[in-house]
Design a binder for this molecule. Structure first.
Ligand code: SAH
Length: 410
């Protein structure tokens, strides 16, 4: 047996012919990565999984619907023998060896001339982990090591400071509904790279405890305002810090552009010539019902969903919502910032034609330890909110999807 460890190398496959022999689950997992590297992939197999067939139909790969022949290796740089037949893989491997083409084998790594590492990508590096092949070659161990490394990179615990993006500017990060697990990888990374984090009340608080001790944390509630409004003071703070050369993360709950005033901050940055980027977040009107087991659409039940701010009551001169038009919609309504005005909104919807028996779910503190759901109908909503002492933040879901998801409540 060969006692030498493999020599790691990154293959640059753009425009190069790669042959995958076999079209089962191994091919299904490996082909996308080959395509992502720019390889020109030919799959040779008398049968294929639907996923491989779909790639062939889409013209992303060539599928030769037959058994392997040696001529398949003409002009080939790299080959993967991934059939479920040991003899067939051996034949592919032998043909490749004769032509000095590196060959991976799904059935017998120790007999192969190349190994596929456990791979993962972070924004600026590819992590590839190979076992050294002495003793047992254990792919699970490689995958576990890869996961550890990726997690460290994502959380910033193994990103050396000089590798961090330190370009001055503002990054608007949407933190999702509250549970840090529901935040994007890109958002987490941006947080760990920031010089200063300007955080809202609804942004996932737990993550702030993980920030490096050198990161300055500003709670927006505590920004001195003087003659400015709170929003002006925030705009002023993020712009002035970026102009002073800092990398600023503006950290909010949900998505910055869904009732988050994020675009006012984008405009303020643009006006001041400060570079500004946006990392979207899971928005609560969709994510919070989902956490409570309620889909916002369902085939044959709701073909539309509408997200509405209820911070102003119907009839309020400042309201931009046409509640009469909304009352005529048949799909799902998702009311945000609406706890206080919910009784008035429910009345307006019923007056406008939506049935008083329409099911309603009020999902409070979605994804937080105190998460709970209160059920009602449009007719009983006001009472139910009071009886259950419902407080913001809550998403009020109106529509038949609530009954479909929780028939036991009605
Ligand atoms: N930008 C945020 C929304 C900010 S407005 C987003 O995209 O989700 C604040 C309102 O969002 C709250 O009044 C409430 O209606 C809703 N909300 C935000 N987080 C919530 C949560 N975890 N649970 C329930 N409702 C939430």
């Amino acid at each position: 047996m060969d006692a030498h460890p493999p020599y790691p190398s990154g293959l640059r496959l753009t425009g190069r012919r790669v042959v995958m022999v076999g079209a089962g689950h191994v091919a299904q997992r490996r082909v996308p990565a080959l395509l992502a590297s720019g390889a020109v992939v030919t799959v040779v197999s008398p049968e294929a999984t639907p996923a491989i067939e779909a790639l062939a139909d889409a013209g992303e790969i060539t599928w030769e619907c037959r058994r392997f022949v040696e001529g398949d290796l003409d002009g080939t740089w790299y080959v993967v023998a991934a059939t479920d037949d040991h003899t067939a893989n051996e034949a592919v491997s032998a043909a490749a060896e004769a032509r000095r083409i590196f060959c991976v084998r799904a059935d017998d790594a120790m007999a192969a001339s190349a190994w596929t590492p456990a791979v993962g990508r972070s924004s600026d590096v590819t992590v590839a982990v190979l076992s050294n092949g002495l003793g047992n070659r254990d792919p699970r161990r490689s995958a576990a090591v890869r996961d550890e490394i990726l997690e460290g990179l994502r959380e910033g615990t193994i990103a050396a400071p000089h590798h961090r993006d330190r370009t001055p500017g503002v990054v608007l990060v949407g933190g999702g509904p509250g549970d840090p697990e529901l935040m994007s990888v890109a958002g987490r990374r941006a947080l760990m790279e920031a010089d200063v984090v300007v955080a809202d009340r609804l942004a996932p608080r737990e993550l702030l405890g993980e920030l490096p001790s050198t990161t300055e944390l500003v709670d927006v509630a505590k920004i001195p305002r003087g003659r400015f409004t709170a929003q002006e003071a925030i705009n002023d703070l993020i712009v002035s810090r970026a102009l002073a050369g800092q990398r600023v993360v503006r950290f909010k709950g949900g998505d910055s552009f869904v009732f988050g005033r994020g675009f006012e901050e984008v405009i303020a940055c643009r006006d001041a010539g400060v570079p500004v980027t946006v990392i979207p977040g899971l928005t609560s009107p969709i994510a919070v019902p989902a956490l409570a087991g309620i889909p916002v659409t369902h085939r044959g039940v709701a073909h539309d969903f509408t997200v509405l701010s209820g911070h102003l009551p119907p009839e309020h001169p400042g309201s931009l919502v046409d509640w009469q038009a909304v009352a005529r919609l048949t799909g799902t309504l998702l009311l945000m910032m609406a706890v206080e005005n919910a009784p008035a909104i429910a009345s307006a919807l019923v007056a406008g034609g939506r049935a008083a028996g329409t099911p309603v779910a009020v999902v409070c503190d979605g994804s937080m330890p105190a998460e709970r759901t209160v059920f009602a109908t449009l007719g009983t909503l006001g009472e139910a909110l009071e009886a259950n002492a419902v407080r913001a933040p809550a998403i009020i879901v109106v529509g038949e999807v609530v009954r479909v998801a929780h028939p036991e409540a009605f």
